[in-house]
Write a protein that binds this ligand. Structure first.
Ligand SMILES: [Fe+2]
Length: 168
């Protein structure tokens, strides 16, 4: 009788030991980057380039939340205001990550508009992952920053990213 009661309990505990803690550790190590507003100024098809100005360098790595591994061939799109605080095509860019998943984006310090803090808009898409839209916020007079972009795996059966290819 005791055996009949304990066997299912042991099986459930065994499953928890095998799956629960592993997922928790992975989530703690590389939590997905927080989503942020896209805003009204996104335009698809930003040109492939990593420099749109001078004065601030942003570095980071595109990673998978599930295992913290770098993601190659991720498309990162940037858009931001010019020094005068207006959005313009001159301040749009796209880069594609290599095997290391790293990126470098050089720009001026974003011009301020309305009451918003200085920020750079970022959108990341990669095969097999959910597209991430976020923003990077700068402190006053900041000249460099580090911002890893951690993506969630796309659920099986979910539609592919609708990102158009970047212009050359
Ligand atoms: Fe903005």
């Amino acid at each position: 009788m005791d055996r009949l009661i304990h066997l299912p309990l042991l099986m459930i505990l065994g499953c928890l030991v095998l799956t629960g803690p592993v997922n928790a550790v992975e989530t703690d190590r590389c939590p997905p980057t927080q989503e942020d507003e896209m805003g009204p100024f996104y335009r698809p098809g930003a040109p492939l380039r990593s420099v749109v100005g001078q004065g601030h360098v942003l570095l980071g790595t595109v990673k998978a939340a599930v295992d913290c591994e770098p993601i190659a061939a991720a498309l990162i799109e940037f858009w931001m205001t010019g020094p005068d605080g207006w959005y313009d095509d001159a301040y749009r860019a796209a880069v594609i990550t290599g095997q290391s998943g790293t990126y470098r984006f050089e720009s001026h310090y974003p011009g301020l508009y309305a009451s918003r803090p200085a920020h750079i808009h970022i959108r990341v898409s990669a095969e097999g992952f959910e597209t991430l839209t976020t923003q990077y916020y700068l402190q006053p007079d900041q000249t460099d920053g580090h911002f890893d972009l951690v993506l969630r795996s796309r659920a099986e059966g979910a539609p592919a990213s609708t990102n158009p290819p970047p212009r050359e």
